[in-house]
Design a protein around this ligand. Structure first.
Ligand code: FE
Length: 207
């Protein structure tokens, strides 16, 4: 069962909202009140920078503190809330940990459920039908299209999000990061690595 609440954007609702936003944007632009490029920049910032930083801090803490990682694996909703990143009522988080043997990938096959509290706005491809359908059927090929080729021996587990339960992937900690503090570790954690379409960055790769 896949419930839809008011902040859970089913495609039909989302199209309606998109139309309203577009109409508003057009009117404001014509009146010279806003610059569409500035709006694009703000959305881009929330999609790639502000939002996913919360999740990156969760991952960095899990890498650094075994007790926190254990808590996260048992009750991700509470562990994440302890950092001040709230799920909405009725919305539970589950953290799935990548290991040497298993890679995890998150999708919402029915619409676009996404862990907003830790990852911010979902990327466009996450909401697109090709990703939603193919991530389940052929995850290995989908990952290759993201530039991520996993060894055949590595198992891929696909997690289908719902309005009630949303997932964050805890990527494997990169090699050679023993001396890094949590802030430096968080810089290695990309949005895509927490969806499972990427890995954490190697040390020295920069932002
Ligand atoms: Fe959904």
């Amino acid at each position: 069962m896949h419930d839809h609440d008011d902040h859970h954007h089913h495609d039909n609702h989302f199209s309606d909202m998109q139309a309203r936003v577009k109409a508003l944007e057009t009117v404001l632009t014509q009146k010279g009140l806003i610059d569409p490029a500035a709006i694009d920049a703000i959305v881009e910032t929330y999609e790639t920078k502000v939002g996913p930083r919360n999740g990156a801090r969760v991952v960095a803490k899990a890498w650094s503190e075994p007790d926190f990682a254990d808590w996260l694996s048992r009750d991700a909703t509470a562990a994440i809330a302890s950092l001040g990143y709230g799920g909405r009522q009725g919305e539970h988080m589950r953290a799935v940990f990548n290991t040497a043997a298993t890679h995890n990938l998150v999708v919402c096959t029915l619409c676009s459920c996404y862990p907003w509290a830790v990852l911010g706005l979902p990327p466009v491809w996450y909401k697109a039908p090709p990703y939603r359908s193919r991530a389940v059927i052929d995850p290995r090929s989908v990952l290759e299209e993201f530039g991520l080729t996993l060894p055949q021996t590595k198992k891929i587990r696909v997690w289908d999000s719902t309005a009630e339960l949303r997932y964050i992937v805890i990527p494997e900690r990169p090699e050679g990061t023993e001396g890094l503090d949590q802030e430096a570790l968080a810089d290695l954690v990309t949005r895509d690595s927490m969806i499972g379409t990427g890995l954490a960055k190697p040390v020295g790769a920069g932002r």
